[in-house]
Design a protein around this ligand. Structure first.
Ligand code: ZN
Length: 458
């Protein structure tokens, strides 16, 4: 039996409960993000007894796949949480950072008295995050792990971000594959996604299920956007997920400087303490890199840091950037403008027509990023109204997600038809379009599960 507990008709809150043999396993343990209705759902108790869980297995470190873990611990779960070694490394930064943000939110709500909970409590705190980290059990890619007789799983590379995996479960005679988030082929740093050979049941993401990334090299497009902004002495603001996008963007900027497309003295600020920490992990996880990067390493050039990258750890240093004129590039989190240091940069730079706000990742419904991308002339940031006069550009081909073609191709690697493909992790138009594309290409049985739905896996 498989229960779909999140990421049904949205791109966040991934959680799937698998009952197989005598074991109960949670695959991914994410929080909902985006609209306030979605975020409110994080506070409802899990729909199952957390103490009845035998284990959790996580596809990758992003918070929409992992950020509920400390709550599950508070609800009584104490079993092992299986992850790849790099996912464990990233969570070591991500969960404590999330705890810090939750504690700040609660403090702020108590100060302003706007929460209906009195006192407002953090979603989880530093102790809860530490307790969750203590449950992690790193398992290498390709290493088959037996959970009970007749039930085993294996992680395989799926691109997307460092440590990201798709997971194959062998439960008696059935194979159940959870795709996690599927990266693009030929991304600059990480090795290409592997593909599943067989699956009886495939749980497939559909983030870009209704889109094709435009032709042309993302590297050239980023070069063009930055060059045009530099020519008018403007500031390029790049919102990026601290883990994944930020490192890819720096890689491209560095290579554009090295080949002379961009000036080598153009100041580039990586303004996200988490991204700075994650950059170190990226540099050291050599086994996950592809050849192109290894060649750079052997020449002694870091794949992440270009000649003029400044790492901004300090909050004061971040605010000081507001006083600086262009040209410069600021890469900062969060990627969907839902919080983080990018907000004060936006407040300061969005009203300026010389600024370019350059989107390089998916913008979910209900986020500030989506509003701006959809053409809002005015937005609210920290309760203030901010006019949008900056140039808004998007490079979807830089996304960490495969497009419709990539998803169909990835699933199409199966050597025989699955009994069913379940589409998750996509907004309604995206998963409907992907369902149509898979049905017309292969005639497979495609299911769009509703949140809370339980399906008997034959
Ligand atoms: Zn992800």
């Amino acid at each position: 039996m498989l229960r779909f507990l999140g990421a049904c008709g949205t791109v966040t809150g991934s959680k799937f409960l698998l009952d197989a043999g005598s074991r109960r396993i949670l695959i991914d343990c994410g929080v909902f993000q985006g609209s306030s209705e979605l975020k409110e759902k994080n506070w409802t108790a899990p729909s199952f007894d957390a103490r009845s869980l035998d284990a959790a297995v996580l596809t990758h470190a992003h918070i929409d796949h992992t950020g509920y873990l400390p709550r599950l611990g508070k609800a009584g779960f104490s079993g092992p949480v299986y992850v790849t070694p790099s996912t464990a490394g990233l969570l070591g930064y991500l969960l404590p950072d999330a705890a810090h943000l939750h504690e700040e939110d609660a403090r702020y709500a108590n100060q302003k008295g706007y929460s209906r909970h009195r006192p407002a409590l953090p979603f989880f705190d530093a102790n809860d995050a530490a307790a969750a980290l203590a449950l992690l059990r790193p398992i290498d890619f390709h290493e088959r792990t037996e959970l009970s007789p007749g039930l085993a799983f294996t992680f395989r590379r799926v691109g997307h971000i460092l440590g990201a995996a798709f997971i194959s479960f062998d439960a008696d005679s059935r194979r159940i594959v959870f795709s996690g988030d599927i990266g693009q082929r030929d991304a600059p740093i990480l090795k290409d996604p592997e593909t599943p050979e067989s699956a009886d049941h495939l749980i497939l993401e559909s983030t870009y299920g209704d889109r094709l990334h435009p032709e042309g090299s993302p590297r050239e497009k980023i070069g063009l956007a930055v060059r045009e902004t530099v020519a008018r002495r403007g500031v390029v603001l790049i919102p990026a997920f601290a883990v994944g996008r930020a490192q890819d963007v720096l890689y491209h900027l560095g290579s554009l400087q090295r080949d002379g497309t961009l000036p080598t003295n153009l100041p580039i600020y990586l303004d996200s303490p988490m991204a700075v920490s994650a950059a170190d992990l990226y540099t050291s996880a050599l086994s996950e890199h592809d050849l192109e990067t290894e060649q750079l390493e052997s020449r002694g050039v870091s794949p992440i840091e270009g000649p003029s990258v400044h790492l901004v750890r300090d909050r004061a240093e971040s605010i000081a950037l507001n006083g600086r004129g262009g040209p410069m590039v600021i890469v900062s989190a969060s990627g969907m403008l839902t919080g983080g240091r990018i907000l004060h940069h936006l407040k300061h730079r969005l009203p300026d027509p010389e600024t370019t706000l350059l989107f390089v990742g998916f913008q979910a419904a209900g986020t500030l990023g989506r509003q701006v991308l959809d053409g809002a002339h005015e937005v609210r940031i920290h309760g203030e109204s901010v006019p949008v006069r900056a140039e808004i550009r998007e490079i979807p081909a830089l996304s960490a997600h495969a497009d419709q073609h990539g998803l169909v191709e990835w699933a199409g690697a199966l050597t025989s038809p699955p009994r069913a493909v379940y589409l998750v992790h996509g907004e309604p138009p995206a998963r409907e379009a992907l369902a149509a594309a898979i049905r017309s290409k292969s005639g497979w049985n495609v299911v769009l599960p509703e949140e809370g739905q339980a399906i008997e896996l034959e």
